[in-house]
Design a protein around this ligand. Sequence first.
Ligand code: C5P
Length: 399
Amino acid sequence: MKGKKIIVGVTGGIAAYKSAELVRLLVKEGANTFVAMTRNAARFVTPLTFETLSNNRVIRHMFDNTTAPLDHITWAQEADLVIISPATANFIGKIANGIADDFLSTLVIASTAKILVCPSMNSQMFANAAVQVNLKRIAERGYVIMDPAEGELACHTEGKGRLPDPQEIMEKVRFLISGQDLKGLRILVTAGPTVEPLDPVRFISNRSTGRMGYAVAKAAGRRGATVTLVSGPTALTAPRGMMIYRVQTALEMKRAVLDCSAEADVIIKAAAVSDYRPRERADQKIKKGAETMTIDLEKNPDILAELGRTKRSNKPLLVGFAAETEDLLINAKEKLQAKDIDMIVANDVSREDAGFASETNIVKILYRDGTQEDLPLMKKDEVADHLLDKIKDLIGEKE
Ligand code: C5P
């Protein structure tokens, strides 16, 4: 978000406090963040909070700044994005009807930037016909509305009306300010481990958390690709705006991937698929008995290798991952060739900063033409974007 100018408009709802975290996250990602508050917003959170977090002055009133009386115009026109968070029923009503009676509503009317509106209110208020008509109206004019979340509300009731989590708003923000450079591309991503049951309560699996695959799926979606995510069991929140198939075993993953593969331009196999599964699955819990026990395993199909065998000339582009604990490059090169894929992302999972559960990764990317790229330690989100840049280049070369 470096170099982007983002305005956060805070209106007078209890969720105003969550916007403090939103501003912190925007600043952390490098956005030049400005906050404008309505008079009532300042009753919930002080302007000083936002001033401190944004490192910029907060404007509340039309005539706050006598030296630059046209702030509402300059702010509005220089902004890449305006986020109204939270957006009260009153404020939504004002912008739907062209009312400009304070700094923030005037700024919204003067703005040529994208406007993201995050409604937050009591569920009855949200369901009210006037609010719904107003939302529909502003959506028709191109405002982006973020659907409120369901859950416990400040008025001690449950329902739809909660301001989404700041991290979720951030994901939407990243989507809105990204160049949508992958629009038109259909990307299938697999993520997470597979679990192979032994009996109703036990299974064989691995330490994959799904973080890398989810980061790739989210980044691709944000950049405008049509994404299908086939996920093994993970504790991660399902990304919005994509088709998600949840699977447990390698065989289920294979079925889901093959069902979707004909429609994919790119398949990124970040999942850590179990190489073997128990030959037998006991119907009842296996009882403790002898001192030793042997589990008979049979090989799972190699989904990626199968895709490599069946692929037509250059479609779909196939990307594999090689998680290794030794001989990283030798093993990764071997897999690239054996599975007949276009690129492979090799990572040494024995490292603390690059393993399955880590937020970061240190990877090497190997290409079919023999070239290799060694990336420094990066966040998984950054690795995901880099990978997608490279995929875009490869597709460009092939066309
Ligand atoms: O051979 P190995 O399992 O190390 O290769 C890893 C790559 O192959 C990953 O991209 C993984 O998703 C894929 N794979 C697969 N089916 C398997 C095993 C691995 O698609 N049964």
